[in-house]
Every structure is written in structure tokens, then in C-alpha cells.
Design a protein around this ligand. Structure first.
Ligand code: ATP
Length: 319
């Protein structure tokens, strides 16, 4: 490839800027022309494309969000939309594209790969729901934000001997709830991967109170259910007075942790090098610290395995 472009797509995540910076600077380092596409696939179809230089990505590594902005685009889901996108890239002489985003964004990249554009996907999503990578860019920062919020809740909950139900992001994947729950010593972690009856949760909380626990934190991933419903059922079954906190989009903002910046930098550079080697239709990731590229077909059709070992540890330690 001689000329590449980069876009961010789907939900944004902290560390996307580090990945954009790495793509641009690594591409330039290797003598490529590098373009930035604004607002994901929508921007591609609008030909909202500009050439990037070293300075275009200065002073962004520490910022949340994405300087390229992100969007969802219905038109790109259609065959005509995809063909139009490939044509626009070809007309500009762009033969390689790096897509930073989630599962859906990967599928778009795969379609372009089949239309003759060399593509690489980089996992940018706080949910950590992409198979073939241990971690996605933004996950580490999102977990830190949840842990920080739970620390604060604990102070006030223990003063009032109350319980708190904290709803966190994760539509199909309970990793934010799992890691944040373990790291903050939550008493209960509710995730879509593990069916758990709420009456058992209520019983356990009652027992804990009887044994001297002054407060209790339940972390629930949105893919398991709504915090409001959990509170209602804890109250009905166990007479437990719990308060709801829904963290929402706060989890997607703020300055990225060093882990997300390093991961974004490594994956951005890796994706560029794979394109230079002629690779295409791959999702980049990191497994046991090693950078790897896997066929997008495999990435999008497989569910990320849930870390039961970590979950069981959290249960054992939350007595
Ligand atoms: P998040 O994890 O934050 O939801 P995502 O990348 O999975 O990120 P989606 O909304 O699923 O978010 O996808 C982003 C964009 O990718 C869509 O708006 C659409 O333009 C494109 N896209 C999604 N699925 C496909 C598909 N099957 N074929 C072509 N393009 C797709």
C-alpha cells in the first residue's frame, strides 16, 4: 500500500486518539500518505477526508473521545453504500483503511476488504466484547472510572448502612462489571454470561448484614438487566433498601489510562505494518501481551469467552 486512511466508528472510547496518532505517525514514518476520515463511515460516504501530517495528531494522546469523531451510518450497511465507499477511496488513491471501532465497524471493514481495499480493524470500545483480543482500547479507563465511582459510593453507603446497585455498560459482555466489581470489592456482580437469581442475591445480602456488613455494593452490567429492576426485586424479596446509580456515558469519557494509551499506540502501529505487508480483512488484538491479527470473519462470529476464573475469585473474596 502507498496511501492509507483511518477512521473511528461506533461508540467512542478513551485511547482512540492514541491509536489514531500511532496510525498517522507510523504511516508517515514508513513513507505512506495518511488520510483521516471524519465521522466514521458516514464521513467516508460524504468524502469528508483530509490528509494528515505529523502535527495533525499533536497534543491528542491524553484526550478522551476521538479527534476524527464517530458516527453510525445506515447507508454503509447496504451494498450500494459499501461500493460507494470503496469508489471514493479508490478515486483518492487510498488503498488501505484502518477502522477503529467495535464489532459492527469490523464488519464494515470486512466488506471493503472484499471490494479491493486493504483493511485492518482495531478494537476501540469500552465494552471489551471483541473476541480474539484480551483487551479493547478504552476498557481499562472505563473500569477505572467505575472503580472510582464505587469508592465514592462506599463512603456514603457505609455512613447510612445502605446498599447500592451500580449499573455499568456492557450490552453483551460483563467484563466492565467483572473487573470493576473485583477491583472495588463489590459483594455481588451481575453479568449477562452468568445467570444468577435475584432472590439468592437478596438472601445473601441479608445474611451479610446479619454478620455485621454495614453496606453492600451490587454491580450490574446493562446486559444483565436494569439497576431499577434489581433494586425493586431486592426490596420485594429481602426488604433491602438499596439505591440506584447508573453511571452511563461518564464511563466513555475522561483522560485515557496509560494502559489504553500504550495499547492504542501498539495496535495503531501494528495495523499499519500489517497493511504494508499486504495483509487485509483482519482484526488486530493482543493476546497474552502478543500482538495478533485474526480474520474478521472469525472475530465477528465468535463470542468472547467469559473469564469464569476471575468471576469465581470475585465471589470467593466477597464473603
Ligand atoms: P460499539 O461496540 O460501540 O457498538 P460498533 O462498531 O459495534 O461499536 P455499530 O453501530 O454496530 O457499532 O457499527 C458502526 C457502524 O459500522 C454502523 O453504523 C455501520 O455504518 C457499520 N456497520 C455495522 N455493521 C455492518 C455490517 N454488517 N456491514 C457493513 N457495515 C456495518
Amino acid at each position: 500500500v502507498k496511501s492509507i486512511a483511518v477512521l473511528t466508528s461506533g461508540g467512542d472510547s478513551q485511547g482512540m486518539n492514541a491509536a489514531v496518532r500511532a496510525v498517522v505517525r507510523s504511516g508517515l514514518y514508513h513513507g505512506l500518505k495518511v488520510y483521516g476520515i471524519q465521522r466514521g463511515y458516514q464521513g467516508l460516504l460524504n468524502d469528508d477526508i483530509r490528509e494528515m501530517d505529523l502535527r495533525s495528531v499533536g497534543d491528542i494522546i491524553q484526550r478522551g473521545g476521538t479527534i476524527l469523531q464517530s458516527a453510525r451510518c445506515q447507508e454503509f450497511r447496504t451494498e450500494e453504500g459499501q461500493k460507494k465507499g470503496a469508489e471514493i477511496l479508490k478515486n483518492r488513491g487510498i488503498d488501505g483503511l484502518i477502522v477503529i471501532g467495535g464489532d459492527g465497524s469490523y464488519q464494515g471493514a470486512n466488506k471493503l476488504s472484499k471490494l479491493g481495499i486493504k483493511t485492518m480493524g482495531i478494537p476501540g470500545t469500552i465494552d471489551n466484547d471483541i473476541a480474539y483480543t484480551d483487551f479493547t482500547i478504552g476498557f481499562d479507563t472505563a473500569v477505572s472510572i467505575v472503580v472510582d465511582a464505587i469508592n465514592k459510593l462506599r463512603d456514603t453507603m457505609s455512613s447510612h448502612e445502605r446498599s447500592s446497585v451500580v449499573e455499568v455498560m456492557g450490552r453483551h459482555c460483563g467484563d466492565i462489571a467483572l473487573y470493576a466489581g473485583l477491583a472495588s470489592g463489590a459483594e455481588t456482580i451481575l453479568v449477562p454470561e452468568v445467570p444468577f437469581q435475584l432472590d439468592k442475591v437478596a438472601e445473601r445480602m441479608k445474611e451479610n448484614f446479619a454478620h455485621g456488613k454495614r453496606h453492600s455494593i451490587v454491580v450490574v452490567a446493562e446486559g444483565y438487566g436494569k439497576a431499577d429492576d434489581v433494586v425493586e426485586s431486592l426490596n420485594k424479596v429481602g426488604g433491602i433498601d438499596a439505591r440506584v446509580t447508573v453511571l452511563g456515558h461518564i464511563q466513555r469519557g475522561g483522560t485515557p489510562t496509560h494502559n489504553d494509551r500504550v495499547l492504542g499506540s501498539r495496535l495503531g502501529d501494528f495495523a499499519v505494518r500489517r497493511l504494508i505487508e499486504g495483509d487485509s480483512g483482519k482484526g488486530c488484538g493482543v493476546i497474552n501481551g502478543e500482538l495478533i491479527a485474526t480474520d474478521i470473519d472469525k472475530v465477528v462470529n465468535s463470542k468472547k469467552p467469559f473469564n469464569m476464573e476471575l468471576y469465581e475469585l470475585a465471589v470467593r473474596l466477597s464473603q
